[in-house]
Design a protein around this ligand. Structure first.
Ligand code: SF4
Ligand code: SF4
Length: 244
């Protein structure tokens, strides 16, 4: 695979020197002009941090892209129109949502690509991105990918994000199927607007139609993570099981 000059493959235990802290001269420079894709788990964590409903979060902070040539929709963090396209959560003191920052912010300067193999196992690939403005590479702290991800609290993020791969990389999507506009709306509702999806799952019309037992409903509605996991399973069936 060919990478741009500033991107190198990170294999195995290969180490890199990097640290980011308020004393680096470029502090906060990387939080602008970003195409920052949000995962459903990012949205759960940000909503909790901001004490905001998922519908309000999507309305205020997200850009939902529904390209009809794309199999599934994409959700990005919307940048502020301040002449520098800044992240809405940046301040002079750093990230205002640091404890709940998205997975992509945690991983930087490492990029992680994950796919499913034919047996449904997750295959990972990592790269190191060296951007000109980033001076964190001059810092003496050395890490391999595993150490870096642990250090950034990414292990849980990656594990939960990988649970969505069965939808994103579903065989039918890989074969070129594009969800319809209505299906894309349902995809966004179920994965990114959990408060609305919770109302939907709680309604008798829904649980009677999908024959959910009391226990299945109780478990699905127990918390956001359970509901997200239920949404993933339900979307698999709703989107990809042939209706007879
Ligand atoms: S969420 Fe925080 S770390 Fe991520 S781009 Fe915005 S300000 Fe930077
Ligand atoms: S540009 Fe690099 S070193 Fe500077 S704040 Fe961003 S991640 Fe940290």
């Amino acid at each position: 695979m060919h990478f741009p000059d500033n991107v190198t493959r990170l294999c195995g235990k290969k180490r890199f020197s990097f640290a980011c802290h308020p004393k680096v001269p470029c502090f906060t420079e990387c939080c602008r002009e970003l195409e920052l894709a949000l995962t459903p788990y990012d949205v759960i964590c940000l909503c909790k941090e901001l004490q905001m409903s998922s519908a309000e979060f999507i309305e205020r902070y997200a850009v939902v892209e529904q390209d009809e040539r794309e199999g599934v929709p994409n959700v990005y963090l919307g940048m502020v129109d301040d002449g520098r396209a800044s992240c809405p959560f940046i301040s002079a003191n750093g990230c205002k949502v640091y404890e709940s920052r998205p997975g992509a912010c945690r991983a930087y300067p490492v990029g992680r690509g994950a796919t499913l193999d034919a047996h449904g196992n997750v295959c990972e690939m990592h790269v190191l991105v060296r951007e000109e403005h980033c001076q964190g590479f001059s810092e003496p702290h050395s890490h391999n990918v595993t150490e870096w991800f642990e250090n950034q609290g990414l292990i849980e993020y990656n594990a939960i994000n990988d649970e969505v791969l069965g939808l994103l990389h579903h065989e039918k999507i890989r074969q070129g199927r594009c969800l319809t506009k209505d299906e894309k709306d349902t995809f966004i509702l179920a994965l990114y607007q959990l408060d609305e999806f919770r109302k939907m799952v709680s309604s008798p019309v829904f649980y009677e139609k999908y024959m959910l037992s009391k226990e299945e409903r109780r478990s699905a509605l127990a918390d956001d993570l359970n509901l997200l996991r239920f949404a993933i399973r339900w979307l698999q069936e709703f989107l990809f099981t042939e209706k007879v």
